[in-house]
Design a protein around this ligand. Sequence first.
Ligand SMILES: [Zn+2]
Length: 268
Amino acid sequence: MPAFCQTARDSLSAYVDGELPPDRAAEIADHLTTCPACSAEYQALLETVAALRSQLTRFTAPDVLRARIRAAVAATPSESVAAEQIRPSARNDRRRLTRALGVAAAVFVGAALGAGGTLVAAGGGRNAAPVASEVLASHVRSLIPDHLTDVRSSDQHNVKPWFNGRLDYSPTVLRFDDQGYPLIGGRVDYVGGRPVAVVVYGRRQHMINVFSWPTGSGDAPVATRTVNGYNMISWRHGGSERWVVSDLNAAELRSFAALLQRADSVSS
Ligand SMILES: [Zn+2]
């Protein structure tokens, strides 16, 4: 890839968010009119953002949940009072919205995991339930706009090196475009108080988060759970623990997990 394309790709996310200085934004805009490859990447990014936003608005909360979110938002009075008194700028509005969404996500996860006993029963391992709830919380948080990926690319040769220096292990990053699961990107998230790799794939409008981290425990067979409409599949193999989470239907998510497992057993 030409050097300018590489730097343009690195700036695309900031470009979409309108966060670049004007001269830099003009350079990118210019480049997009002449470079089909970068322009395609830009389109894909716009579509991902649009898909995420439509996903979020399509979600209708049950009345009880809505009431709990309202109560949680109302419980942070200093924020809203201060913001109203000083005529909030657009940026403040955005911050409040992000915060409200964060609260909504947290409350939603709380609601999803309200029946913790179900998880323990389905989980098997003694520590499965806390890990499952952290993984699910991370998945729900990732659906808030701009939280899905730290590095956005459909090319594993961009995503895999991005983890170097950010983690003390190198996650498996593969392409399954041919099977209909395009690579979207990656991010570092926190599970069990430590940074973990998350590789993000898509399936139509659904997002699939694949968490992985090294483990000292032995291999464990595939375990599946469904929590409030989210399907979760986990296993341990060859010193790695993996969690696959999505609102994609269970059958397709199992097919996807099987692709990952097959790749695991080839590589170890
Ligand atoms: Zn280019």
